[in-house]
Design a protein around this ligand. Structure first.
Ligand code: ADP
Ligand code: AMP
Length: 217
C-alpha cells in the first residue's frame, strides 16, 4: 500500500485528512504529535522531558521523534503509512528515507497542504478533539452535531490542546517556516511533491489528495 507524508503548518488539516484516509483506505496514521502527547499522559520519563518543549511550541529533538517512528514502523511491514507531522526537519526526512528503504518500502507521495497564517490562527484557536476516538472538530467550521458529544463515538470527553494558544502557535509557526518548510523544496527536488489548497472544504481537500494518490493501492 502507498506511503505518504502530509506536510503543512500546524492547523493545515493534516490530522483531519489522515483520519479520512484511515477510514476510506485502511491506511495507518502515524502522528508524532499524538505519540508525544500519549507519552506525556502516560507520565513516562520521555513524556516528562518533552512536555515543556511542546507547551512552548518548539520542536522535540530529532533523536526522540525518529525513535518513536522507528518503533511504530517495526511490525507493520505492509506499509500504507500516513506520516502526519513527521518529518519536520531535513534530518528527520533523511532518517525516514533510510528507514523505509531498509523495509523495502517507498515514499509514494508528499502532499503539501497550503493554508495562510490568518486561517491557521482561527483553526488552531477553535480546535477541539474527542478524547475517546480522536475525531477533530472546530467551534465554527466543524462543530459536533450535539454540543460536546462526539459524532463518531458518543464520548462527551472533548479535549483542547495546551499548545493551541495564540502564543504557542506563534512559536510553532516560526519553527515550521524555519525548520520544516525547507522540506517542500527537498521533496519537490525528488519529484514527490503535490501541493493542495488546504483552505478548501474538507471534502474538496480530500478529493485533491485522492487525485494525488491516483491509482495507488
Ligand atoms: P493539523 O493536524 O494539520 O494540525 P487539524 O486536522 O487538527 O490540523 O485541523 C485544525 C483545525 O482546523 C481543526 O479544528 C479542524 O476541524 C479544522 N479544519 C481542518 N480542515 C479544515 C478545512 N478544510 N476547512 C475548515 N476547517 C478545517
Ligand atoms: P502536532 O500534534 O503535530 O501539532 O505536534 C505537537 C507538538 O509535538 C509540536 O509542536 C512539537 O513540539 C512536537 N512534535 C510533533 N512532531 C514532531 C516532530 N516530527 N519533530 C519535532 N517535534 C515534534
Amino acid at each position: 500500500m502507498a506511503n505518504i507524508i502530509l506536510l503543512g503548518p500546524p492547523g493545515a488539516g493534516k490530522g483531519t485528512q489522515a483520519k479520512r484516509l484511515v477510514e476510506g483506505r485502511g491506511m495507518v496514521q502515524l502522528s508524532t504529535g499524538d505519540m508525544l502527547r500519549e507519552a506525556k499522559t502516560s507520565g513516562s520519563e520521555m513524556g516528562r522531558k518533552v512536555a515543556a518543549v511542546m507547551a512552548r511550541g518548539e520542536l522535540v529533538t530529532d533523536e526522540i521523534v525518529i525513535g518513536l517512528i522507528q518503533e511504530k514502523l517495526t511490525g507493520h511491514a505492509g506499509g500504507g503509512f500516513i506520516f502526519d507531522g513527521f518529518p519536520r526537519t531535513l534530518a528527520q526526512a533523511d532518517a525516514l528515507g533510510a528507514l523505509l528503504a531498509e523495509m523495502g518500502q517507498s515514499l509514494d507521495a508528499v502532499i503539501e497542504m497550503k493554508v495562510d497564517d490568518a486561517a491557521l490562527v482561527a483553526r488552531i484557536t477553535g480546535r477541539y478533539t474527542c478524547g475517546g476516538c480522536g475525531a477533530v472538530y472546530h467551534d465554527q467550521a466543524r462543530p459536533t452535531k450535539v454540543t460536546d458529544v462526539c459524532d463518531e463515538c458518543d464520548s462527551t470527553n472533548m479535549v483542547r490542546r495546551a499548545d493551541d494558544t495564540e502564543d504557542a502557535l506563534r512559536t510553532r509557526l516560526l519553527e515550521y517556516y524555519k525548520k520544516t518548510s525547507p522540506l517542500i523544496g527537498y521533496y519537490h527536488a525528488k519529484g514527490a511533491l503535490t501541493s493542495v489548497d488546504g483552505l478548501a472544504e474538507v471534502a474538496v481537500v480530500a478529493a485533491a489528495i485522492s487525485k494525488a494518490l491516483g491509482a495507488a493501492p
